[in-house]
Design a protein around this ligand. Structure first.
Ligand code: FAD
Length: 434
């Protein structure tokens, strides 16, 4: 069969390679991490999750829930293995990160039609076409330089930060209690309560703490969905309380009331020996993180398995530089998938890998381009990264209802509006013949 090069065995590249191999293509998959690490990854395993261990909501009446429903219909391997490695995480799909990447690595390495190469791809000319580049936000510098030449000034960046992970044995369970918000779910999260004084002192210390400034860049723009807590504190003293530290629905069993603010911890592995701090990505200096986070009631003696950090995140101005099928306007057999196309999030990246496998298959079979229906979540995500009217202020996006086409008739009730949009999306996807 036809040989296809896939560069990067992250979330998008792994999904794309497995899909193409299932279709009967011979895939050569390049993944450098066995020899050359990125600044945020820790292992050589495929589809490693660099920060949170969650694919977001499974609620069927939510945009991320609908995206999962559609990916499942299309036979996403990554989603299937996420379910197989799931940890308790309330309404979210949380995974044991090691079990998850081990499953994917094994599946790929044992696939008869996938050959894995462990070299760094330094230049686009090093790989035969057709090629799918899925090297992610932390693309190796040499290839990033080559991409900059290929795309000119339309190769962009912003910053993403990582949240710390804590050793479960070091959580003070006399103070931190287990519960899900509004008692929904099975009490999967640890909750660390703060009163008003503790909160105020805490945000003062966050504001004063020494921060790591990213090197080589003058401006630091953050993605809104993954903003460091210190940037939230800069926006106002209450921002954290209305964000990751929102206390409502988390009644402290000792008082029967919800506290002034709460820090939530989510189980990070199957054994439950590690918990991550939900929404607590930060670029505070390491020593400062340990000092400031130990001010949180319940975390006085916390042992940190991993501390927060900040990384540059690269992406293409896709509406300007890519065709609708995510191939380069300068090189029609050079496709892109994952975060580098301007989607944001593990599962969004996965879905772009899933789509590109279909688009490449269509092109190789000389079929006309057949994208997912606009009304589906996949169609909406694709539209968000290829709609030319967005090119002037292109910013990465995750899946959300604002990307879906508006309803023909206005609906005031938010819940009913969502239900209607989901129903339309489902019906649309069912009609997609590929
Ligand atoms: P990746 O999963 O990063 O995969 C790219 C792969 O390509 C890597 O394995 C890399 O080793 C390989 N590679 C790179 N260059 C080369 C080369 N030249 N040759 C060979 N191999 C190469 N999303 C979330 O949903 N939740 C989060 O908590 C979250 N936290 C993030 C934290 C940080 C610091 C960053 C940078 C991003 C974060 N993201 C998060 C965003 C995004 O969802 C992830 O980065 C996601 O992994 C992107 O998937 P991908 O497949 O595009 O890239």
């Amino acid at each position: 069969g036809q040989k296809i090069s896939v560069v990067g065995a992250g979330l998008a590249g792994s999904e794309c390679a497995l899909q193409l191999a299932d279709m009967g293509y011979q895939v050569v998959l390049f993944e450098m991490r066995e020899k050359t690490m990125t600044p945020a990854h820790k292992t050589g395993k495929f589809a490693e999750l660099v920060c949170s261990n969650s694919f977001g909501s499974l609620n069927p009446i939510s945009a991320p829930g609908q995206l999962k429903w559609e990916a499942e219909k299309l036979g996403s391997h990554i989603l299937k293995m996420a379910h197989e490695s799931a940890v308790p995480a309330g309404q979210a799909l949380g995974m044991d990160r090691e079990v998850f990447s081990a499953l994917i690595t094994e599946k790929i390495k044992n696939h008869p039609r996938i050959e894995v190469r462990t070299d760094v791809v330094k230049s686009l000319s090093d790989v035969p076409r057709p090629t799918v580049v899925a090297t992610g936000p932390l693309t190796h510098d040499d290839l990033a330089e080559d991409l900059r030449k290929h795309f000119g000034d339309e190769f962009l960046y912003f910053f993403d930060a990582i949240a710390p992970i804590i050793d479960a044995d070091s959580i003070n369970t006399e103070i931190a209690w287990k519960a899900d918000r509004y008692g929904k779910g099975t009490d999967d999260y640890y909750n660390c309560p703060m009163n008003k004084e503790e909160y105020n002192r805490f945000i003062e210390e966050v504001a004063a703490a020494k921060k790591i400034e990213p090197k080589h860049f003058e401006t630091t723009e953050f993605f809104e969905g993954c903003m460091p807590i210190e940037v939230m504190v800069e926006r106002g003293p209450q921002t954290l309380r209305f964000g990751p530290m929102k206390p409502i629905g988390l009644d402290d069993p000792r008082t029967g009331r919800y506290p002034w603010a709460v820090v939530q911890l989510r189980q990070d592995n199957k054994e439950g020996t590690a918990f991550n701090m939900v929404g607590f990505q930060t670029r505070m200096a390491y020593a400062e993180q340990v000092r400031v986070f130990r001010m949180i009631p319940g975390l006085e003696n916390a042992e940190f398995l991993k501390l927060g950090s900040i990384h540059r995140n690269l992406f293409i101005n896709s509406p300007k530089r890519l065709n609708k099928d995510l191939s380069s306007k300068n090189d029609p057999w050079l496709f892109f998938a994952g975060q580098i196309t301007g989607v944001e999030g593990y599962f969004e990246s996965t879905c772009v890998g899933l789509l590109v496998s279909r688009f490449l298959d269509q092109k190789l079979k000389d079929k006309s381009f057949n994208p997912p229906p606009r009304a589906s979540a996949l169609g909406s995500l694709l539209e968000a990264i290829t709609d030319e009217t967005r090119a002037d202020h292109f910013q990465p996006t995750n899946i959300n209802f604002a990307l879906f086409p508006p309803l023909a008739e206005k609906e005031r009730d938010k819940q009913i509006r969502k239900e209607k949009q989901i129903a339309i999306a489902r019906e649309a996807l069912e009609t997609w013949r590929i």
